[in-house]
Design a protein around this ligand. Structure first.
Ligand code: SAM
Length: 448
């Protein structure tokens, strides 16, 4: 029996108490579980749970979980999926205190290795990994893109904002496609937009190659890499790749070329050797992806990945079930310069495309002004396309300019409020980079 009680007194969380129920008048031992962690603005509710009815279901965190924000997200996702819990065993295990659908938890959770004696789907999916980084499983590793966010965090956020299979999530700054892959394996449809043609290519290859695996395999021995930097409008014209006549297959081989360009210009690796090595690794990951889909009977979400501008989206108003995105962190990273080798190899004129990239336009303080103008427009667009009552998550970091930390996160909060979003939550995500340099990032959650 789980009874909702009005808890006016200061009953302490997780404290066992004796309560006389009206009906039975018998003394029953209850555990008071405080649902103050209902993240998304709902009123805290306190339930009394009959101790005798509690199934001993223990959940264990995935071993690589180490940051406070990850623990916070783990708790929030568990709550969002309907589980009440107590934390035991040095914060690494959780005892579930109410009746839950074990199978549902196993299929959806992001931060847990076990639900009772069963391994979670996500933990098993993470094992399909040809890299040494836990987060780069399946096709996530493809292309060394600077500024990727953690796939696991996206899965947890999808749970937290209550996205169901078959619904549609938008990422208007799709970058290397992290949101897209996470939605796809969750059976959630995704619209991914980016101004960079390179990002569109990466995101498409990660999510679409699975549908062209046989064709890719058929062409693998005949396609030769092409190091020639093409002229504007000449894309693929002189390469072997153009002869294939299947977009997905052509994209796959072009991607292998782009990684080789990156390896060659950043690490001085031999271009041809890198192409063949990456081609081999990419096909291995796509085969892994196919096996995982079959093993877990995954119904993949539909993907719509396209080049576009977050400041003016080609998307119907009030049509999106959730937004999860990470815009440029102010002026922190010049996405044009950073991927110059690949963008040029694709035949793009950097000077011409540069002005469409948020955070790249202008110089000095003017750059900030332009960044804020652009972000305001993007946020207006996010608000326009999102359905009422649904959530928008923005992951953003502060930058340091001329020795001063610029509070980008609070600026974004004020823009969101201004366009009509309700501010729900800010989760601090401090991470340590090389040489212990602290990077402050925030997960901001809003509701329309
Ligand atoms: C922080 S990155 C996103 C990274 C992504 N979350 C991932 O995991 O790979 C920001 C992205 O915004 C894109 N961008 C910049 N200006 C844009 C604009 N006007 N419209 C759409 N995307 C834009 C950049 O190309 C970059 O890929």
């Amino acid at each position: 029996m789980v009874t909702k009680i009005k808890n006016k007194s200061k009953a302490k969380t997780q404290k066992a108490v004796s309560v006389k129920t009206k009906r039975s008048r018998k003394k029953t031992s209850y555990k008071l579980a405080n649902f103050r962690e209902c993240l998304l603005g709902e009123k805290p509710i306190t339930y009394a749970i009959d101790r005798k009815k509690i199934k001993k279901l223990e959940l264990t965190l995935i071993p690589n979980i180490q940051f406070i924000y990850e623990l916070a997200l783990a708790r929030f996702e568990l709550r969002a999926l309907g589980a009440d819990f107590e934390v035991v065993n040095n914060l690494r295990s959780f005892n579930v205190l109410n009746d839950v659908d074990e199978d549902f938890l196993c299929r959806r959770l992001a931060y847990f290795e076990n639900v009772g004696s069963r391994k979670t789907d996500y933990y098993c999916l993470q094992q399909y990994n040809i890299t040494r980084s836990v987060n780069q499983y399946l096709t996530h590793w493809i292309y060394p893109y600077k500024g990727k966010y953690h796939p696991q965090m996206i899965r947890a956020l999808l749970n937290i904002i209550g996205i169901k299979e078959g619904e549609t999530v938008l990422d208007p700054f799709i970058g290397s496609g992290t949101t897209a892959v996470e939605c796809q394996i969750f059976g959630i449809n995704c619209i991914g937009i980016d101004v960079s043609p390179l990002c569109v290519l990466i995101s498409k290859v990660k999510t679409e190659s699975i549908y062209a695996l046989d064709e890719i395999a058929k062409n693998i021995s005949s396609v030769k890499p092409n190091k020639i930097v093409l002229n504007q409008g000449d894309i693929f014209a002189e390469t072997e790749i153009v002869k294939i006549g299947n977009d997905r297959v052509e994209n796959f081989f072009t991607m292998a070329e782009m990684i080789a360009h990156s390896d060659n210009s950043r690490r001085g690796k031999n271009f041809e050797k890198s192409f063949y090595e990456n081609e081999r690794k990419m096909i291995a990951s796509i085969k892994d992806f196919k096996s995982a889909v079959e093993r877990f009977n995954l119904r993949l979400g539909k993907m719509r990945i396209e080049e576009g501008d977050a400041r003016s989206l080609n998307i119907k108003s009030n049509s999106i079930d959730g937004i999860i995105t990470s815009p440029p962190y102010s002026i922190a990273l010049n996405y044009v310069e950073n991927d110059a080798h690949s963008l040029e190899a694709l035949g793009y004129d950097l000077k011409r495309i540069k002005d469409d990239f948020i955070g790249v336009r202008g110089t000095g303080f003017k750059k900030f002004e332009l960044y804020y103008d652009d972000m305001y427009k993007s946020i207006q667009e996010m608000h326009r396309v999102l359905k009422k009552g649904r959530y928008c998550v923005i992951v953003i970091g502060n930058v340091t300019f001329q020795g001063k930390e610029i509070d980008t996160a609070n600026k974004i909060i004020s823009f969101c409020r201004d366009v009509g979003f309700k501010y729900v939550k800010k989760i601090e995500k401090i991470i340590y980079g090389l040489y212990n340099v602290m990077q402050k990032e925030y997960i901001l959650i809003f509701k329309k």
